[in-house]
Design a protein around this ligand. Sequence first.
Ligand SMILES: Nc1ncnc2c1ncn2[C@@H]1O[C@H](COP(=O)(O)OP(=O)(O)OP(=O)(O)O)[C@@H](O)[C@H]1O
Ligand SMILES: [Mg+2]
Length: 256
Amino acid sequence: MQPVVISAMSRKGGAGKTTLVRAMASAFVFNKKRVLLIDADPNRALATWAERAGKRGTSSPLLSITETIKMDELTGIVDETFEKESADFILIDTPGVGGGWADTIAMLSDLLVTPLILTRTDLEKSMETVTWYDRLRERVSDPSQLPPHAVVITRFVVKSGKSVEPVSLGQQELLSEIRSLMKPVPYPMRERLAYQDMDNEGLLGARAAQLKADDNPLIRGRARRYDDALHEAIVVTKAILSRMAAAPASTTKAGG
Ligand SMILES: Nc1ncnc2c1ncn2[C@@H]1O[C@H](COP(=O)(O)OP(=O)(O)OP(=O)(O)O)[C@@H](O)[C@H]1O
Ligand SMILES: [Mg+2]
């Protein structure tokens, strides 16, 4: 099976790209998939995260990381991974700015994901990403080669544990607007401490397993919130992937 290339893109800094990539990596590894992370952001947030996880024992033999901000190099890495079929998923994290590199990454991806926080500013900034994508569609010779684009609402705050209603009327309005403008995937990522803490603590499933193995029952009890986050990451990742199945099949990818 050829790897599936998924790239996190947003022209809004701090929108949650790196967090989304870590969450997806956690979901894939939990499902026994081999994941290659490519950090294409000079800030190296994803690369340093993976290194930290390795040191803390919360990475996985299924997870590998490489980094580059050079597009010819990145294309080479993707090509090689296709040739060797050495990963099931390639997840690319990108910087929160626009640039020529975005077109290159889009054309070698099978799927683009854009995280979106429910605020007016984030909505307007994300429209830039949507506009860039629409323009790209006009510029490429064969628009069917363009990967589908999935928008994921993130840092979603709900009224109570089980509710999927946003907290305020203002959020409800923004949500309706976003739904009609960008058709986000139906499951949001909630605002969760586990997503923040995973920056320090590695893969969600590996961290949960580590906590569950602790002698102290109070520490074992903390595994729950990583399990909850992992469960959500799996549901959201599945919803993201289903956007690919819905799109017209594209056949010639980099190295494919
Ligand atoms: N669902 C969430 N719940 C809680 N915190 C979140 C969530 N998503 C993102 N964050 C937090 O928001 C901050 C920004 O997220 P992140 O670094 O993923 O954004 P980014 O788009 O990669 O930023 P940049 O453009 O700088 O690379 C981080 O502190 C992260 O922990
Ligand atoms: Mg980032």
